[in-house]
Design a protein around this ligand. Structure first.
Ligand code: BG6
Length: 509
C-alpha cells in the first residue's frame, strides 16, 4: 500500500510545472547580531543556499553588525567556518563548500562594529548602505527589538525612497504576553509602516508547513471532508527530545507555553483550520488566519496540562530532570511541556476539539498534525467478526519525516470478513529531490521580493497571544505542575485530558 498516492500522481505525469523563481532585487542584508548563533547556524547557510540556487542579485551584500571588535577579514573567516560547518553537517549528503559561490560571497560581506544603542553605529550603517534597498534583520535578544527600530528611525534608515525599500525582520519571541506584544507592535509601528515589518516564525519556512495549504486547497478531495460533519478531532504535536540545553536563563522565564504555543503551534492550528483565502495575497491569507485564531474559545483550567521533565532516559542515555539542569532553579515551576484542548467557535469547527501538546525531553522528535475522521457506521458489520471500526486518520508529518500518511481499514485476505489497519504514505524525500535547507531560505527570499504571506501581521501575533493569555493569567502553580520522566510520552495528566473525552493521543515514540 505504501506510496500508492505517489504512484498514482506519477501516472498523472507532470502536474507540477515550475516557473524558475526570479532573482532577488539588489540590496544590503543588514544583520544585527551578525556574530551570533542564529546568524552562524541558520542565516548565513540560508543565504549561501540562495546564492547556490542563483537567486541573489550581483548587487546583493551582507552587512553584519555586532559589538565584537572584528575586521572585515576576520568576519569573512568566521563566515567561511560557519558555512563549512553547515555543509559538513549534511551527514550522508555532506558536500564541500562550493568555492565558486564562496568567491562570489566573499567581497559582499562587510562588518560594522558597534553598540546597538549608539548613534555612531547607525551612522556607520548609513555609510555602507547609502541609497540601497535594505533589509534589517534583528537576530538579537528581544530587549533590543524596540531600541534598534527606534534608532533606525531616528537615523532615517527606514525611510523608503521611490526606488529603495527598507524592511525589518523581527525574530521571536515577539512579546512575553498579550500586553507586551501589543506594546511592541505599537512601538514598531511608531517608526515603521506595517508592510515594512516582517515578523518571522521559522515554522512558516518549513516546506511541510507551507504544504498544508497546498494540500488542503489544491486538491478536490480533502476540503469537502474538512469540517465538523466529518472530523472527530485534531491532534497537533510538537515533541522534542532535547532538554533546555544552554538556554536555562531564557527558558526559566519563558517555559514551553510561551516558547512554542502562541507562535509555532498556533501557526499549525491556523493553517489546519483557516478558511480558504480568496488568493495567496499576503493580506488575504493573514486575514483568514486571524479570523480562525480569534474564534478560539477561551480556555478553562481543566483544558490545560502543564508538565516538567523529571530525570529519565532519552535514546538509552540517562539524563537529568529539568530542575537539575545547570542554571535552573531547583524548585522551578517552569513548564517544559504543555497540552491543551482548544475549541474553535465557528460553523466549520464547532464541537471539534483541537488537542495540542508540545514539550522537551519526550520519547521522540516529532512534529505532526493528525486529523481524526469520524468512524463509519458499524451496522453493516454487526454479524461479522469485526467488533469495531478503526478511525480514519490523516497525519501531516512536519518533521523529522516530511510527508502525509492516511490510515484506513482494508479487508484482510481470507474467507471471513476481517479488517486490518493499513497506511498510504507520501514521503517528501522520496518524491522531490530538493537539497537540505535551513527553513530560512524561503523566508529571507520572500522578504527580499516583498512577499509577506509567510510572515505574521500585528493582529496574527496578538491573536496567538490572546488564545493563551488565560493560562498566563492563572500563573504558575505548584499543584498544577505534572511531572513526566525524560524520554516518556509526557505526563499522565495529558492522557487524562483526552481520556475524559474517550480519546487518546497517537504515540510519540
Ligand atoms: C524555537 C524554540 O522557537 O523552536 C525552541 O525557542 C525550540 O525551544 C525550537 O526547540 C523548535 O524548532 P524546530 O524547528 O526544531 O521544531
Amino acid at each position: 500500500m505504501e506510496n500508492i498516492i505517489a504512484s498514482a500522481v506519477s501516472q498523472v505525469g507532470d502536474t507540477h510545472h515550475e516557473a524558475a523563481p526570479r532573482r532577488s532585487p539588489p540590496g544590503s542584508f543588514v544583520i544585527f547580531g551578525g556574530g551570533g548563533d542564529l546568524t552562524r547556524r541558520l542565516l548565513l547557510p540560508a543565504i549561501y543556499n540562495l546564492a547556490c540556487a542563483g537567486l541573489l542579485d550581483d548587487g546583493f551584500g551582507i552587512v553584519a553588525v555586532d559589538r565584537a571588535d572584528l575586521t572585515d577579514e576576520q568576519l569573512r573567516d568566521n563566515v567561511r567556518t560557519a558555512l563549512e560547518d553547515f555543509t559538513a553537517r549534511r551527514g550522508a549528503e555532506a558536500v564541500k563548500l562550493r568555492e565558486d559561490v564562496w568567491d562570489w560571497m566573499l567581497p559582499r560581506i562587510r562588518y560594522v562594529q558597534g553598540d546597538f544603542e549608539s548613534v555612531q553605529t547607525y551612522q556607520a550603517i548609513a555609510d555602507v548602505t547609502a541609497g540601497q534597498n535594505c533589509i534589517f534583520y534583528l537576530a538579537v535578544a528581544a530587549r533590543f527589538f524596540g531600541p534598534i527600530v527606534d534608532r533606525l528611525g531616528e537615523a532615517g534608515l527606514v525611510r523608503e525612497g521611490p526606488d529603495a525599500f527598507r524592511r525589518v525582520i523581527v525574530e521571536k519571541p515577539f512579546g512575553h504576553d498579550l500586553q507586551s506584544a501589543i506594546a511592541l507592535n505599537t512601538r514598531l509601528l511608531n517608526t515603521l509602516e506595517e508592510q515594512q515589518i516582517y515578523r518571522i516564525d521559522h515554522y512558516l519556512g518549513k516546506e511541510t508547513v507551507q504544504n498544508i495549504l497546498a494540500l488542503r486547497f489544491s486538491n478536490g478531495f480533502f476540503e469537502p471532508l474538512w469540517n465538523r460533519q466529518n472530523i472527530d478531532h485534531v491532534q497537533i504535536t510538537a515533541a522534542e527530545t532535547v532538554g533546555v540545553e544552554q538556554r536555562a536563563k531564557f527558558y526559566e522565564g519563558t517555559g514551553a507555553l510561551r516558547d512554542m504555543v502562541p507562535n509555532h503551534v498556533m501557526q499549525l492550528l491556523a493553517m489546519t483550520a483557516m478558511e480558504a483565502p480568496i488568493s495567496f495575497d499576503a493580506d488575504a491569507v493573514r486575514n483568514e488566519k486571524t479570523k480562525v485564531l480569534d474564534a478560539i474559545h477561551p480556555l478553562a483550567p481543566a483544558d490545560v496540562v502543564r508538565g516538567q521533565y523529571a530525570p529519565g532516559t532519552v535514546g538509552a542515555k540517562a539524563v537529568p530532570g529539568y530542575r537539575q539542569e545547570p542554571g535552573v532553579d531547583p524548585h522551578s515551576l517552569t513548564e517544559t511541556y504543555v497540552a491543551m484542548k482548544f475549541g474553535i467557535d465557528n460553523w466549520r469547527w464547532a464541537g471539534v476539539p483541537f488537542y495540542v501538546r508540545t514539550g522537551k525531553r519526550l520519547a521522540a522528535r516529532k512534529t505532526e498534525i493528525a486529523i481524526h475522521f469520524k468512524s463509519a457506521p458499524y451496522a453493516l458489520f454487526r454479524d461479522t467478526p469485526v467488533d469495531k471500526l478503526a478511525p480514519n486518520i490523516m497525519v501531516i508529518h512536519i518533521q523529522p519525516t516530511e510527508g502525509v500518511t492516511m490510515q484506513f481499514s482494508a479487508k484482510i485476505p481470507g474467507p471471513s470478513v476481517r479488517l486490518g489497519g493499513v497506511r498510504m504514505k507520501f514521503d517528501y524525500a522520496e518524491w522531490f529531490s530538493e537539497g537540505p535547507s535551513t527553513g530560512y531560505e524561503t523566508l529571507i527570499y520572500d522578504c527580499m521580493i516583498g512577499d509577506a504571506t509567510l510572515f505574521q501581521r500585528a493582529d496574527n501575533i496578538e491573536a496567538g497571544w490572546r488564545a493563551v493569555q488565560p493560562v498566563l493569567d492563572w500563573g504558575q502553580d505548584a499543584r498544577s505542575l505534572a511531572f513526566y520522566a525524560a524520554g516518556s510520552e509526557g505526563p499522565e495528566a495529558a492522557d487524562a485530558l483526552l481520556a475524559r473525552d474517550h480519546r487518546h493521543w497517537l504515540k510519540i515514540g
